[in-house]
Ligand binder design. Structure first.
Ligand code: ATP
Ligand code: MG
Length: 143
């Protein structure tokens, strides 16, 4: 069965600022997720609020938006076998301090907020998040 799918990824401002973006992307690639679109950008407040709108009632929302707009990020579309779940596995738990050894968040995150990477949590979310940042014409076709 062909289970190739796409997911959406962000290398967050902490990882970019620390010079770890290349290493995060390499770990994802080595883990079987190929970038099919990639862009560096500095999120506006409106973009960060819109992207994380599902969390707008949470107590950490304001801080999260501040963090996500604190510096440039790298937004990516990744393709591979079970890409959504695979990306979450490679990132590790939300709280960097609890993330399994060797995962992106354990290696390059600091805590539950500054956690180096974002990954879509389901196929439907991935579709929405890809559409939020990329047009169809920007997505490379890998055959
Ligand atoms: P992401 O959506 O960024 O991939 P996630 O799905 O693992 O992360 P969510 O619950 O969706 O976790 O939270 C979104 C982001 O909000 C987290 O990645 C983290 O940066 C921040 N966050 C989550 N929980 C907290 C918290 N309790 N305190 C501070 N920040 C938090
Ligand atoms: Mg999430």
């Amino acid at each position: 069965m062909n289970t190739q799918e796409r997911t959406f990824s962000i290398v967050k401002p902490d990882a970019v600022a620390a010079g770890n973006a290349g290493k995060v992307i390499q770990l994802l690639t080595d883990g079987g997720l190929r970038p099919v679109a990639m862009r560096m950008m500095h999120l506006t407040t409106a973009q960060a609020e819109g992207f994380y709108a599902v969390h707008r009632e949470r107590p950490f929302f304001k801080d999260l938006v501040k963090f996500m707009t604190s510096g440039p990020v790298i937004v990516q579309v990744l393709e591979g076998e079970n890409a959504v779940a695979r990306n979450r596995e490679l990132m590790g738990a939300t709280d960097s301090k609890k993330a399994a050894p060797g995962t992106i968040r354990a290696l390059y995150g600091t805590d539950i907020e500054r956690n180096a990477a974002h990954g879509s949590d389901a196929a439907a979310t991935a579709k929405d998040e890809i559409g939020f940042f990329f047009s169809g014409a920007e997505l490379a076709t890998l055959g």
